[in-house]
Ligand binder design. Sequence first.
Ligand code: COA
Length: 326
Amino acid sequence: MIRARIISTGSYLPEKIISNHDIEKIVDTSDEWIVERTGIRERRMAADDEAASDLAYHASVSALKKAHLKARDIDLIIVATVTGDMPFPSTACLLQARLGAKNAAAFDLNAACSGFVYGMHIAQGMIKSGMHNRILLVGTEVLSRFIDWDDRSTCILFGDGAGAVIMEPTKEKRGVYSTHIYSDGSLSDLISLPGGGSRNPCTRETMLKTLHSIKMKGNETFKVAVRTLEELATYTLAENGIDPSQLSLLMPHQANLRIIQATAKRLNLPMEKVFLNLEKYGNTSAASIPIVLDEAVASGKVKDGDYLLLEAFGGGLTWASALVRW
Ligand code: COA
């Protein structure tokens, strides 16, 4: 049986750190409130000359180096992002050019915070079917450019970053065991970036209405996220006949500590088995899970044969999970 396997990981976080105390100087909030309600203490912000493809480039180079591969060894590049360099060409094509990945087709994928796990779904399908052999899958976001710094309910949440993995076929008893993707477009108004597309192209009026920044009904989103992710995690394990006690690590999308704790509680999973880095980076949307993967692998917490559960929830609405045996 052919499965898709992650052979290497990489990530890149911009240098500039924005702490909760920095945000206290911009809006009426406090470090205490933000930590208590979200678990976030600081986030990264891209430099003025850095766009999504730049962050993606550094994460990809790191993943390629670790796999001892050249960019021309890649035959498909998928970039999950909602903050690409521009509407077109795709950020994936810009990344392909910068890497010199001449043998790769390249496209972007928009599933908001679930984008990377959606990408795993597509990549594993491509690999299992034999259509592609070595895929570079990237999540990259520069959300700081799309934040309304007057809106205290959203500006505290998001950060910039990128993560990348390389996937290949394997006949071993490891790799991606299953992926599950879902959407509910009827709840699209819960999290959105309404301006800049063909519905609300950029005008003076859309600028004044701040339509070019993220809008979120935080509390409603929170409730749907908790319910959905609890069900998703339970279902994903059951589909694979895996008891939660067999799980080595839960790798959740890093949006809110309370959402993550609820999922862990539902699985009866001690928090030591949950990988967290949202304290340092906040919500980096599609980049969140590949950054988690890279940091978890680098920390030595991921061992051969470990079962890992990846799960994400985001705008669309979308939600997605993957069960991986390392
Ligand atoms: N600092 C201080 N007070 C704040 C605040 C901030 N940064 N942001 C909101 N508040 C206030 C609100 O104005 C409100 O005040 P009021 O009661 O006087 O009207 C109060 O806090 C409660 O607001 P509410 O939105 O109900 O808070 P909450 O407990 O739901 O926390 C979020 C807000 C955004 C942290 C939380 O809803 C959340 O994390 N939601 C999910 C977000 C998410 O994960 N989105 C991405 C999915 S990928």
